[in-house]
Design a binder for this molecule. Sequence first.
Ligand code: PEP
Ligand code: MN
Length: 342
Amino acid sequence: MIVVTKHSTSEEEILKLMEELQSTYPVQIQKITGSGCTVLGFIGDTSTIDMMQIQEDRRVERVMRVSEPFKKANRAFHPDDTIIEVGGRKIGGKDIAIIAGPCSVESEEQIVEVAEAVKASGATFLRGGAYKPRTSPYAFQGLEEDGLELLKIAREKTGLPIVTEIMNPHTIDKFVEDVDIIQVGARNMQNFSMLKELGQTRKPILLKRGLSSTIEEWIMAAEYIMAGGNEQVILCERGIRTFENYTRNTLDLSAICAVKKLSHLPVIVDPSHATGMKFMVEPMCMAAIAAGADGVIIEVHNNPAKALCDGAQSITPEDFERVINKMRRYTALEERQISGGR
Ligand code: PEP
Ligand code: MN
């Protein structure tokens, strides 16, 4: 449920109203000051609250029930777009975030070379998996802690903040210390105990959409993190399972429009995992911009043919340069910008 206050209501009166509501009803109230109005969002069980009674208050413009099960992630609670700042770079708003790097960190030489190349072309963040969720237990599982150390070296050399996937709640403290954005992979999107623990941190979380998750389930996963007090969540559409098997997954571009309508959280697109094929990365990046995405996360490898993971969908640094240059033209059409690399 949300209460919109009248324009004429002073800040002092709004705070008093909040206090009164909080002492009358068993809910938590969140105050959101948007452009032109103040919204009081009720979090908790609102089923027994008499809306008419609140509506009669002289300070209240309107009372509305929110039909969606998510609250903190709901745009009704927070009409303005959320902008997340990491190391002086923004995700959301006018800027298009460009996260690039290999699927997995393989060696110091590899990660530093890729980091330097993608930075020069315009990447604003470096990606690279240290702990890898592989379908086969016999496949390369990542360099784990050593991989985190190599990412830190690449950050030191380039200044790019690092994004990497967490697989186990026991490593949260280490990730909080070492990493700039913690990625929750598709396979862990509904690992609720891990989401709750990440909610206790104050690190930005990149939350990938589950392999077969609905948009509502995905936003509810973000709500788990936000309910704990960590409101810095970036959603990532990375393709879903459908009957189509030509591509690795099916990129659900319309999900971007849906999420933008339902939620204030930034949303980015992963064209690499969504398609599984390098030749589709470029057109899907342009499509992501047209659909209103706030950024992309792209797999880039200096030698895709020898990559230890996801070589078929990884583009070279030269391809990346071309993709970003084309994206700059598309982002300008949308009155947005890529601020890296210039
Ligand atoms: C990845 O980003 O390397 C990854 C494993 O992605 P996803 O969780 O989307 O499959
Ligand atoms: Mn990958």
